[in-house]
Write a protein that binds this ligand. Structure first.
Ligand SMILES: Cc1ncc(COP(=O)(O)O)c(C=O)c1O
Ligand SMILES: [Zn+2]
Length: 405
């Protein structure tokens, strides 16, 4: 049996299966996912991380990957966070807290896991160009992998609403970067149409192959510490939470593990459609028409993967939470100053969610929790300077420096 698995695309709504791969949606309008029918597992969960492609026997590609050595991100035990949780809760809350820092990927976000698979699929399908709408990180990552693959990259961004570091990456890696006077949801709807007319390969998380790469976050967690009780992560377009859940489900289905963590999604108050849907026991969202949050990466009002994500939350017994911009920025500082982990605001939403759910008593003593921090601190330097202020400036003398120590 070859290394790559036997798979097809399957609609999450009507169950229809497709052998063709160059599609993004079912004819019924439902989202597609890759269904691994059979696989000959060539890896062991032995604690040795070797990047995304360690798990190639569960990854649906047939050619050598376009890789920049993504994955193998650090998983930190965070004892100071554990103490803070205990201090803030009314009970004597004892939780084991880990942070998996996806900011340590080559472009500085978890998107690289998806892009190594997505861009490889683009090459496999003979595409000459890839495209995406982006709140920033997708564009940075896609531009990088397109450069490595030697194909063109087109990016649509909400003008003025993308953190500087991400725009810089997309530009330097050679993407054609187009700002639109509108939000992410509008950018996505435009780029979908442009991909259809121009034949570009769409690499937003509606692309089921991209999510296959991202499911390796689950594989790496299980590889290092086994299956935790809960995984907490920020939710924007809702692809990552769906992908990680799928990863844990596959490990269980192929007999490597025997439980699924409670998938816990955190959104910003100003961009919270998934939170509201789950709160009201619904299976679909009402869009937020003018999403707004300091966490620009998750400034999304109409997440395309909402139905997958909501299912993941319900099926795993998880929850959704919302956090304010103030809570996000405080969590970002706390993580940076108390644990030495530098993340961008969207990523800090998972820490803000951890603290809030701990205070509410939803997280219980004895739980082992993994928070995913999705992007690196350096992605958004402008927010940092706004929060921390400019460095102190003094004349060039020992005396002047001593005075401000
Ligand atoms: C740093 C960061 N965190 C979280 C997300 C949200 O991920 P998803 O859209 O898969 O929900 C994004 C998406 O752009 C992101 O860039
Ligand atoms: Zn269908």
């Amino acid at each position: 049996m070859p290394e790559n698995p036997d798979y097809c695309l399957k609609c999450i709504e009507c169950g229809r299966e497709y052998e063709i791969e160059d599609i993004y949606m079912c004819e019924c309008g439902g989202l597609l996912e890759v269904f691994i029918k059979d696989a000959n597992l060539k890896f062991k969960l032995d604690g040795n991380l070797r990047g995304v492609w360690k798990y190639s026997s569960l990854l649906p590609v047939k050619i050598d990957p376009i890789s920049l050595k993504e994955g193998s991100t650090p998983l930190y035990r965070c004892r100071r966070l554990e103490d803070i949780l205990k201090d803030r809760s009314s009970q004597n809350l004892r939780v084991e807290v880990y942070v998996k820092h996806e900011g340590a990927n080559p472009s500085g976000s978890f998107k690289d896991r998806g892009m190594t698979v997505g861009v490889t699929k683009a090459i496999e399908l003979g595409k000459r160009a890839v495209a995406c709408a982006s709140t920033g990180n997708t564009s940075a990552s896609m531009a990088m992998y397109a450069a490595k693959a030697g194909i063109k990259a087109y990016v649509l961004l909400p003008a003025g609403k993308v953190a500087l570091g991400k725009v810089a990456q997309a530009l330097m890696h050679g993407a054609r970067v187009i700002g639109i006077e509108g939000n992410f949801d509008q950018a996505l709807s435009i780029v979908r149409e442009v991909c259809r007319t121009e034949g570009f390969y769409l690499l937003n998380s509606i692309n089921p192959f991209r999510l296959e790469g991202q499911k390796t976050i689950a594989f790496e967690i299980a590889d290092e510490i086994g299956v935790p009780d809960r995984v907490i992560l920020p939710v924007g377009n809702a692809g990552n939470i769906s992908a990680i859940y799928k990863g844990f489900r596959e490990l269980e289905r192929f007999g490597l593990t025997s439980s699924i963590p409670m998938m816990t999604g955190v959104q910003a108050e100003g961009a919270n459609p998934v939170y509201r849907a789950v709160k009201n026991n619904k299976t679909d969202i009402d869009p937020v028409l003018n999403p707004e949050t300091v966490a620009t990466a998750i400034r999304i009002g109409q997440p395309v993967n909402a139905r997958k994500a909501i299912r993941a939350i319900y099926e795993s017994g998880g929850v959704a939470e919302e956090v304010s911009d103030r809570e996000i920025l405080e969590a970002q500082k706390l993580l940076a100053m108390r644990e030495g982990i530098g993340v961008e605001p969207a990523s800090a939403a998972s820490i803000a969610g951890l603290l809030k759910l701990g205070e509410k008593g939803i997280i219980e003593s004895g739980e082992r929790v993994v928070c995913i921090t999705t992007g690196h601190l350096l992605k958004d330097p402008e927010t940092v300077i706004r929060e921390c202020g400019e460095p102190i400036k003094v004349e060039a003398s020992v005396d002047a420096v001593r005075k401000v120590l």
